[in-house]
Design a protein around this ligand. Structure first.
Ligand code: HXA
Ligand code: PHE
Ligand code: ZN
Ligand code: ZN
Length: 490
């Protein structure tokens, strides 16, 4: 019989047993702090906006290329670093290790951002990088220039201090992540494949440190994304005969389509909470909840229907419960006195780990339940495979250890990334993809993603630089420490 699980997740791999490879301390002088913040703000001020796959601010992207060279002169001049530009605005860096027998790893981030308009209610203009009460405001501060700049800033400091890695690594910076990554990430992957590269693990953007966001949890938790939801874009359309508005049919194409869309919103996709890896998140965090939540979280197999009902009440937690459906575009009409011959709507779905694109399409067709509404898949992909997060998972344990080196008070747990990332293009290069940076989220902060007042504290940005600084060095261990007498399940 399965016993009640309450994992002491911070035990097991005793930090003391790790080979110490972080010989260079992450000390940052007052002058360096000023300079790293100035470089970060300069990056935020360049509006590298992706509007659509065909409409991107290429002037800004070109300017960003120049900024990178200016901000990180050692990275760009070091003999050790091989740099190449991919698809004009994406960047691939390769730093070979002194021990070629060690499989390299790769860090990813993206340069482009989604659009932002000050008139939406920003407290500071979205490309100003203005600092208010210790927070730097601007589009890209948490998605994802904090990692673009943080990774290269850490490498700059390490090289400056004479660092030579034992394990080689790649850094990939995409320029079109927000509109699919088909130019940047896809071509970087092509280059790596042509060279026969295999990666120990990939670390990309995604989850972070949640502080006060999971209600009932005692203290902040770092969630490392071990998978991401699938995605589907679906087009619904209705074609009818046009005519004079004075002799209307009982329903127009607009009415038929609106009714179909209403049925979709009224009948959400099934609750699947507990059927995917989100279950492991709560089992890992269980010991950090007070009673009775501790008991509930330790017995997800019994309580998942109850938890699912509670979590579905708020959009940010509902995202973990089911495949979400958002009607994002609706176009129709020709003239005020003409019966509309055509109406179309687009629906964006984020698919729960326990479902597939095909299953979701079938459900949409049956919920619409109207032959006059044509349902077509525009594009999509299934949920991503689940990466390893047991005690032998190199990437997961390195990321976890580095997080605990910086923030010993955190509980670290695996999580599902509800947004999509460039890392999904890397599935043929590694089985282990993680989506995480120690960006801190407090209540209300998740809404800043693609929303108004996106911001990061200056202090948190500096912590990110230190995180990557330690991560590079922690990756130089040749193998994970052996686990001693671990009788708990993972
Ligand atoms: C199971 C966890 C339960 C509750 C968590 C609740 C809310 C999560 C809140 C914040 C999560 C942090 C990150 C936001 C999520 C998605 C962003 C991921 C990728 C971004 C991709 C992109 O748009 O560029
Ligand atoms: N990363 C963005 C854009 C994106 C959407 C879908 C697929 C790929 C990228 C998002 O998750 O919303
Ligand atoms: Zn992003
Ligand atoms: Zn984004």
């Amino acid at each position: 019989m399965r016993k009640t699980m309450s994992l002491d997740v911070n035990a097991g791999l005793q930090l003391a047993n790790w080979e110490n490879t972080s010989a260079i301390a992450p000390d940052i002088s007052h002058q360096q702090r000023e300079q790293l913040l100035a470089s970060f703000k300069a990056a935020i001020r360049i509006p590298t906006v992706s509007f659509s796959e065909t409409d991107r601010n290429t002037t800004a992207l070109a300017e960003f290329n120049i900024l990178l060279k200016r901000a990180f002169p050692i990275v760009f001049s070091s003999e050790l670093v091989k740099h190449e530009v991919v698809a004009s605005y994406s960047h691939l860096f390769w730093v070979p290790g002194s021990d070629p027998a060690l499989t390299p790893y790769m860090l990813l981030a993206h340069i482009d951002v989604v659009p932002a308009a000050e008139s939406d209610g920003w407290e500071a203009p979205p490309f100003s990088a203005e600092e208010i009460d210790g927070f730097i405001y601007g589009r890209g501060t948490i998605d994802n220039k904090q990692s673009v700049m943080g990774i290269l800033q850490a490498l700059e400091y390490l090289l400056e201090r004479g660092y030579r890695p034992r394990r080689g690594f790649y850094i990939g910076l995409g320029h079109d992540e927000e509109v699919s990554g088909r130019e940047g990430a896809v071509n970087i992957v092509k280059v790596l494949k042509s060279r026969g590269v295999k990666l120990a693990y990939v670390l990309d953007e995604g989850l972070g440190v949640l502080d006060g966001i999971i209600s009932g949890l005692d203290g902040p938790a770092a969630l490392i994304g071990i998978t991401e939801k699938g995605m589907a874009n679906v087009k619904l359309s209705v074609t009818t005969a046009p005519g004079h508005s004075s002799m209307p049919p009982r329903e127009t194409s607009i009415g038929i389509l609106a009714a179909a869309v209403t049925r979709l919103e009224a009948n959400p996709m099934p609750r699947l909470f507990g059927y995917g890896p989100e279950r492991g998140t709560f089992e890992h965090l269980a010991h950090k909840f007070g009673l009775p939540l501790k008991f509930i979280m330790s017995n997800i197999w019994l309580f998942s229907p109850l938890l699912g009902r509670v979590m579905e009440r708020k959009p940010d937690t509902n995202a973990f419960v089911r495949t979400t459906l958002a009607v994002t575009m609706f176009n129709s009409g020709v003239k005020i006195n003409v019966i509309p011959p055509y109406a179309e709507a687009f629906v964006n779905l984020r698919i729960h780990s326990a479902q597939t694109v095909q299953e979701v399409l079938d459900l949409i067709r049956s919920t619409v339940g109207d032959e006059r509404v044509k349902v077509e898949l525009v594009n999509g992909f299934d949920p991503l495979p689940v990466s390893a997060y047991d005690e032998t998972a190199f990437g997961y344990q390195i990321i976890k250890k580095t997080t605990l080196d910086m923030f010993p008070q955190l509980t670290v747990a695996p999580g599902v990334c509800v947004g999509n990332t460039d890392s999904r293009h890397y599935v043929d290069l590694t089985t282990d993809i993680y989506r995480y940076a120690p960006t801190w989220f407090k209540p209300g902060d998740p809404g800043r993603f693609h929303g108004v007042n996106e911001r990061i504290s200056a202090n948190n940005y500096e912590e990110l630089v230190k995180f990557y600084f330690l991560l590079f060095q922690n990756c130089d261990i040749t193998k994970l420490p052996e686990t001693h007498g671990s009788d708990h399940e993972l």
